[in-house]
Design a protein around this ligand. Structure first.
Ligand code: AP5
Length: 184
């Protein structure tokens, strides 16, 4: 099964994706995690990515797609995966669709988790990890980037008739019940 988790920064995509990993036994593929691992490696590419991510801007499609393709080629992705943080713009969604049509295995379901901006801000500023992009100014900018570049991806999957929208405020368990219903 191939699932795309959509939603603004802090909407709970990662939290719900981790629960789906346990339920379905397929991996979570988070482009944010892949990019943060590159930054942590201290590579020349990681140094470049660090500034872009700390500013709340999207990394270039070329960089993200190269990392994503390598990750999806791993054995543990053979039976499916949960994409978290990808696609982030329509060009990425189109590239993914073309890749998957080539192997005859399109995305089964895209799940949009909806949370209002003030709740998002509260959640992210309360997050313990202390990510470089988790301050108020950058979170507001990440929301702007989401509205301008990522929100159109919702319509992309709606037009393909694979979109389910879920209200993302409430207990993690209640929201997960909605996620499970979406893929049943
Ligand atoms: P990325 O790592 O994808 O971050 P994000 O989309 O900004 O999302 P978050 O990880 O902040 O939130 P989430 O929706 O996963 O929520 P979570 O479950 O953590 O991207 C970071 C950067 O990498 C981007 O800005 C960009 O630079 C780059 N990037 C990544 N992918 C890219 C791509 N494809 N193309 C280009 N650039 C890319 O929850 C948030 C918090 O809320 C947590 O503390 C959690 O415990 C809490 N929480 C969760 N659910 C609930 C609930 N129901 N009630 C209360 N609290 C909750």
């Amino acid at each position: 099964m191939k699932i795309v988790m959509l939603g603004a920064p802090g909407s709970g995509k990662g939290t719900q994706a981790k629960l789906l990993v346990e339920k379905l036994g397929i991996p979570q593929v988070s482009t944010g995690d892949l990019l943060r691992a590159e930054v942590a490696s201290g590579s020349a590419l990681g140094v470049e990515l660090k500034a872009t991510m700390a500013a709340g801007e999207l990394v270039t499609d070329d960089v993200v797609l190269t990392m994503l393709k390598a990750r999806l080629a791993s054995d543990d992705c053979a039976n499916g995966y949960i994409l978290d943080g990808f696609p982030r713009n329509v060009a990425q969604a189109q590239t993914l669709r073309a890749m998957l049509l080539e192997i005859g295995q399109p995305i089964d379901r895209a799940i949009l988790i909806q949370v209002d901006e003030e709740e998002i801000l509260r959640r992210i500023l309360a997050r313990a990890e202390g990510r470089a992009d988790d301050n108020e100014e950058t979170v507001r900018h990440r929301m702007d980037v989401y509205r301008a570049q990522t929100a159109p991806v919702v319509d992309f999957y709606r037009d393909l008739n694979v979109l389910t929208e879920i209200q993302g405020v409430g207990s993690v368990d209640d929201i997960f019940a909605g996620v499970c219903a979406a893929i049943a």
